[in-house]
Design a protein around this ligand. Sequence first.
Ligand SMILES: [Mn+2]
Length: 366
Amino acid sequence: LGGTVFAEEPDYALRMSALRQSILSKGLGAFLFTHLPNIRYLCGFTGSAGALLVAPQRSVLFTDSRYEIQAGEEVRAARVRITRKSLLGEATRLLHGRKLRAGFETAQLTVAQRAELGPSSLKGLHWIPAAGMAEELRGVKDATELRHIREAARIICDAMSHVWGLVRPGVREREIAAELDYQMRRLGASGPAFETIVAAGEHSAWPHARPGERRIGKNELVVMDAGAILRGYSSDLTRTVYVGRAPLRVKKWYKAVLEAQEAGRQAALPGIAAGDVDAAARRVLRKYKLERYFGHSLGHGLGLEIHEPPRLGRRVKTPLRAGNVVTLEPGVYVEGIGGIRVEDDIVIKDGGAEVLTPLTREFIEI
Ligand SMILES: [Mn+2]
């Protein structure tokens, strides 16, 4: 049969061994993961309560009885331990009496959870805060992950093009958002990757507007930003349309945003600093004197999370790597008038970035 038929399941053992190398290279003897996307990536567990202890000889996933059957089916490359007690407390107990430096996730632990690990240093066990351990591995997507993201991207493009037919004066933002969510689920998504944004008129100048009761009016911009989750992997897409015949300046803004996105795509190559990709897009907006209307970063990584490293932000030094999946989402937001954003997902490749979101970027007047 060849290997391809069974290629759907990620190689968790491979991920775990890559992680162990990275743990050792940081001078650590063990690592405790509490961030669920990292746990899912490393051992396949998709439950909502878990702690994963990775030690050189073995890995143990701690969870509670609600996930006993599920963990038994899902978890690879780690043993499962079901407990009624504190997951972190139990994980810590496993390390007691050992002389080692154990890492924990700085960005993903509350003060209360930190207390469950006990003192920073106790009889040879030292807790060391560390960041980005699993995220670094997660940044480079394997073939299975790319397939899921590609599929999630296709779904959101189909849902988006479907709702364009509903955009007209009198329809509420909330109705368009509900239709986007409904369509993506119909097309196979397990749900939206974030709260869907539909923003019309002056509201579209808020980059993260919440869809509300506002009715779309004539001669307005409408920004629609949505993502779909498929097998845990997110897509992220934004399109902006105009209801009516757009004035010349709006057309010019739109053209500038597209040109900025294209400049970002051209710059996005392995080895290039993430901040240089942001700069390439921003330079185009500066040329059109629109730079001050673009406040946020050019883009972000996506995968098991909707926002994950690498971030394409100003002055970010992180070099891009082949297999990174990131968004490119330049925008122009003019207070009191409206906003324009065009967002696509790309995968970084040696020969040049490939766009994963197959949907027209032409300016659409409805
Ligand atoms: Mn985005």
